[in-house]
Design a protein around this ligand. Structure first.
Ligand code: SF4
Length: 210
């Protein structure tokens, strides 16, 4: 790690804009060397839902936006099918903001280096629900290693400073669903659709209770 990440003052859109500027200048890990763009976020900073993926792929690196490639399009379609518009109703980001070479999984050091940025995003957006797309998102945020098949579909109550009072739902990563396109009952896609329905139900319940 080269320089400390500042805890950025303020709140709301200005603080998120400052965060983006900080990310763009960040060289805390070696992923900075190969990036075309730092990929910070897309969507609604006032959303009650945050979607967190692993890291940018080639198209995201090119566009400077998360989840805009094929897997992002699939995720958007699946969210839309349960009534969630990913740009209107969600704030979308990743565990690491710079593209790992050859789309490899980010290392533990890279995830740790980037974590302060993610924690600040969560604090500033202040979501009620976090959707963790794939095993690396679960590992990067919760430190839990393991098969996503066992972790998905189970609500977790957030713990610790940045997650207390929030609900977390792990799901299959959409790139895995692209490789497993069956929609049959019990298939990964079918399970994910049910997980997303559960997320939408939870959001509506939380909204009704607030
Ligand atoms: S991945 Fe994160 S910590 Fe590493 S250089 Fe990019 S913004 Fe900084």
């Amino acid at each position: 790690m080269e320089e400390p990440v500042l805890v950025l003052p303020g709140s709301g859109p200005e603080a998120l804009a400052n965060l983006a500027i900080g990310c763009e200048a960040c060289r805390r890990c070696s992923l900075s060397a190969g990036r075309r763009n730092v990929v910070v976020s897309r969507g609604n900073p006032q959303a009650r839902l945050i979607v967190i993926g692993e890291g940018p792929g080639a198209q995201e690196d090119e566009a400077g936006l998360p989840f805009v490639g094929r897997s992002g399009q699939l995720l958007d379609q699946m969210l839309e099918s349960v009534g969630i518009d990913s740009n209107r109703d969600a704030y979308v980001c990743n565990i690491v903001k710079c593209r790992p070479p050859d789309n490899r999984k980010p290392t533990a050091l890279e995830m740790a280096a980037c974590r302060p940025w993610l924690e600040q995003q969560i604090a500033l957006v202040d979501p009620q629900v976090l959707l963790l797309a794939g095993a690396t998102a679960v590992e990067g945020l919760l430190g839990i290693k393991g098969g996503i098949t066992k972790l998905r579909g189970q609500w977790r109550a957030g713990e610790g400073t940045s997650l207390q009072g929030r609900w977390l739902m792990p799901i299959f990563h959409p790139s895995y669903l692209l490789r497993n396109p069956s929609r049959e009952r019990g298939s990964p896609k079918w399970l994910t659709w049910h997980d997303l329905q559960d997320v939408q139900r939870r959001l509506l319940q939380l909204q009704a209770a607030s």
